[in-house]
Design a protein. Structure first.
Lengths: 226, 226
């Protein structure tokens, strides 16, 4: 018997890989995309394309984090461009969205509980990442414990599992794995500041991490750059 | 110098008391109400009245938990009426909204981080409560640790405090305290199934807990019943 799993799907490279892994692991995935007022709204279209391509149901939930502001991704703050590798890994950048993964995981827990799913997938990774505190394993471990105290399922002895299959992989390892699982990365959007048509800027932190991942993996980069 | 605090305000009795306590504690409160698709939408109007009466700013954020369903408060499930005291405290009822306080607290953390506030207030209480797992102290303690791993403020050594001044009070103690702080409980709505005009049903769990609170405190119950 196949079990259900909730997969947080942003439309980017990592979450698309995560969805393919949930499929490989034998789950029936329900994808959850969050329309949080992000500037790079074309990632929501990418989430649709990715879910369709991997034959998964997609639900989109709206929560207006723009009402809070405080991030280059939700507010009128410039997205940093052309930072070198050391800068990218050297602290929490202005593209950090306050408490974003905390909010997203909480919504995924709500969805999982209603579906009766015990498994969540989230594509966080703490190696080639952008310095976000909510991508680290210690946050995920703590959240797992908290979610099981917060929910009926947790209290009744059906604890949630929060699967983070990418957490210790490099970007090169992620694209290699995803490619082997049939992910079409041409459907995904990672750029923080794409054009309206979804073309990538090529120089924000996310674009740089992504480009180097394909280079190091010796894979063709299917990203459409502006 | 006065500091800011984020107060989760539902428009009910507990959160109104919590707001008055945040004021008493010397904070400048920013109230956060969550429009989550609740059936009892008049509680959002109550939140406005309560914030105004205590001279506090109110922000309302929308997140459609109705898209998930699974609760009598967000789905087409009947609100239980006329349950006796033992039933009310005997398990998790259908009015439980999956992961609600987890989602609300996560949003409050996002708001606090953007404001630079280190204090949150939430009016959970684990004595005269409805059996919800996300009202217990052990959940709050765990969430506090998680939120400080999730956020820039936490990582940078300015941990959030999550204040739960009502957690070990009875309803009678809560209304006694709030009355002494000038809360006008006539402005609040606790009922899970009120009329469109905001009149309370008098027989759901929330109405019963509230009514007994006023009785035991020997205070006049200002609730407008249908």
């Amino acid at each position: 018997m196949q079990h259900e799993a909730v997969v947080l799907l942003s439309g980017g490279l990592d979450s698309a890989t995560c969805l393919a892994i949930a499929r490989r692991d034998g789950f029936i995935p329900t994808c959850l995309a969050v329309d949080y007022g992000q500037r790079h709204r074309c990632e929501l279209d990418a989430a649709k394309r990715v879910a369709e391509s991997l034959d998964a149901e997609l639900r989109t939930i709206r929560v207006d984090l723009r009402a809070f502001g405080g991030s280059a991704l939700t507010d009128d703050i410039d997205v940093p461009k052309g930072r070198d590798e050391q800068d990218i890994s050297g602290g929490i950048p202005v593209t950090y969205v306050p408490a974003r993964n905390l909010v997203f995981l909480s919504l995924a827990v709500a969805q999982a509980e209603v579906l009766g799913a015990q498994d969540l997938y989230i594509g966080v990774n703490q190696l080639d990442y952008s310095g976000y505190p909510d991508c680290r394993g210690e946050f995920i471990d703590s959240f797992r414990a908290t979610s099981n105290l917060a929910t009926k399922a947790g209290v009744e002895g059906k604890p949630l599992r929060i699967n983070t299959p990418l957490i210790d992989l490099t970007k090169a390892e992620i694209v290699t794995l995803g490619t082997s699982l049939g992910v079409d990365y041409g459907l995904t959007v990672s750029c923080y500041d794409p054009t309206e048509d979804g073309l990538a800027c090529g120089s924000c932190d996310a674009c740089q991490l992504r480009r180097r991942g394909f280079e190091k993996a010796n894979l063709k980069d299917p990203t459409r750059y502006a």
